[in-house]
Design a protein around this ligand. Structure first.
Ligand code: GDP
Length: 463
């Protein structure tokens, strides 16, 4: 992981967006929370990494030991100094750091302090020094001169706005990164057969009943083996045996070890838990998003599902909990599912289960749905089946023409599983508008299925 570090207004967030090629995939609407850590999966060449945007350092947090324990940060409360603490935590976790300075302002005392702090506590981590706001290539070189006096790494002239120098910065970053550990790898690279237990992450907002659900599942199980490491992973794994006799590893993200002093309050910003949920998702095959039946899905649930399915490529189960509290005359499961699917439209394919973690009703369905989704998540199709579906789809609706050129699909192949990933070899991907791309995805789903699993489609041009 890499952490841009800054003093305010140096353009760190703009640089983060530029380096990750995003426009802030996640926007929090609660004041103060925008300064939480932000994680984005990014690529440069064939290297994939997770980039973390911190709220920046307005005052220095001290030694790594002064950073709060992860339990405290998971307490969903913004405490004084939390912004700094978040940054300190991100720095602790990171494999490399990018310190961002303002090239128009020149070297400041704050820059020197931050650099001194990094030298003192994080000298072993590769550090890159990005001097931002150097739009002008001629002046840019002058702007960086100042920063040599830090005595640190070579200052690189960059511009988040124009993109100048960001390629060199990413080259330097990728060269400095240690080789990835298996856990850092993309889920789609996981061993296809995966004969270990199915890894299921239970995520969701505070108080929706995640811990209760987990306790029910673990309580039902004939054997419980817990293996956790609270220092490097902010999650707890419990191996449980489901009603089907199979072993499942449940990855819990919150609740179990929550400290009473910072107990989650319903109104507290839940986004502080996003980092934790993300860690869990990255290790999971299937994500179970727990939703409070009475409250329905929130914006945060949408964001978490998107992250799980789109970025992490996990299968998705929506667990509507506290179903015991719903007046069944008002809502039937069917009606509820319809409303839920319309609210989380892009995840219409996700499986939905209704539970009461209080009474234990249908909790086993969660594992059953996870197992079913996982079958589709690992599904591999023959090229012949795939191409007959696509051929049919192009016959029904041919790709539109653009400036006299017509889009052509030559053939399609499945590149990987978990999630199923298809490569469409075409004459020119630009000839296929998003609507047509969505039509192709729908055709695949309608004909082949994949309930519970996201699918990915890559469009490749000739040559
Ligand atoms: P977490 O923060 O998501 O782990 O939520 P907890 O498991 O701590 O549950 C929060 C509160 O909701 C507790 O008071 C639980 O007893 C209650 N709760 C959890 N699941 C259910 C359920 O299915 N029905 C009802 N009525 N209450 C539940």
């Amino acid at each position: 992981m890499n952490t841009p570090l800054r003093t305010p207004n140096v353009g760190k967030s703009a640089l983060f967006n530029r380096l990750t090629g995003t426009k802030r995939a996640i926007v929090y609407d609660q004041p103060g929370v925008t300064r939480d850590r932000m994680y984005i999966r990014a690529f440069w060449g064939d290297t994939e990494f997770m980039m973390v945007d911190t709220g920046g350092l307005e005052s220095l947090p001290g030694s790594p030991e002064d950073a709060p324990s992860v339990d405290t940060v998971g307490g969903f409360e913004i405490l004084p100094g939390m912004v700094e603490s978040q940054a300190a935590l991100a720095v602790n976790e990171a494999a490399a750091l990018i310190m961002v300075c303002d090239g128009q302002k020149g070297l400041t005392n704050a820059d020197e302090e931050i650099y001194g702090w990094i030298r003192k506590y994080h000298s072993k981590k590769p550090l890159l020094l990005a001097v931002n706001k150097c739009e002008s290539t001629t002046k840019g070189e002058e702007q960086v001169l100042d920063f040599w006096s830090l005595g640190g790494p070579t200052p690189l002239a960059v511009s988040a706005i124009s993109g100048t120098g960001t390629g060199e910065l990413l080259d330097g970053l990728v060269a400095a990164l240690p080789p990835p550990s298996p856990e850092d790898l993309d889920p789609s690279w996981k061993d296809e057969e995966g004969d270990g237990p199915l890894k299921v992450a239970i995520i969701g907002r505070p108080n929706v009943g995640k811990s209760s659900l987990l306790n029910q599942l673990a309580g039902d199980a004939r054997s419980i083996v817990s293996d956790y490491s609270g220092t490097t992973r902010d999650t707890i794994d419990s191996d449980v045996i489901g009603a089907d006799g199979k072993k499942y590893t449940l990855i819990d993200t919150a609740g179990i070890r929550r400290r009473t002093s910072v107990a989650a309050s319903k109104d507290a910003p839940e986004s502080l838990a996003v980092g934790r949920a993300l860690q869990a998702m990255r290790r999971a095959d299937v994500v179970v998003l727990v939703i409070d039946a009475e409250e329905g899905p929130s914006q945060q649930d949408f964001v978490l599902s998107e992250r799980a399915a789109v970025q992490e490529g996990c299968a998705l189960v929506l667990c509507v909990n506290k179903w015991d509290r719903i007046d069944k005359d008002t809502y039937s499961m069917n009606e509820y599912t319809k409303t839920l699917r319309s609210k989380l439209r892009v995840f219409e394919w996700a499986s939905v289960v209704y539970t009461s973690a209080l009474t234990g009703q249908r909790v086993q369905k969660v594992l059953q749905a996870a197992a079913e989704a996982s079958v589709h998540h690992r599904k591999r199709l023959s090229t012949a089946t795939l191409n007959s579906v696509i051929q049919e789809a192009t016959l029904w609706k041919s790709p539109p023409s653009k400036a006299g050129r017509k889009g052509r699909v030559y053939y399609v192949t499945q590149a990987s599983t978990r999630p199923p990933t298809f490569v469409f070899f075409v004459n020119d991907p630009k000839l296929f508008p998003d609507t047509y791309k969505r039509y192709m995805e729908r055709s695949l789903r309608d004909n082949i299925g994949f309930p519970g699993s996201p699918i990915r489609i890559l469009w490749r041009g000739k040559g």
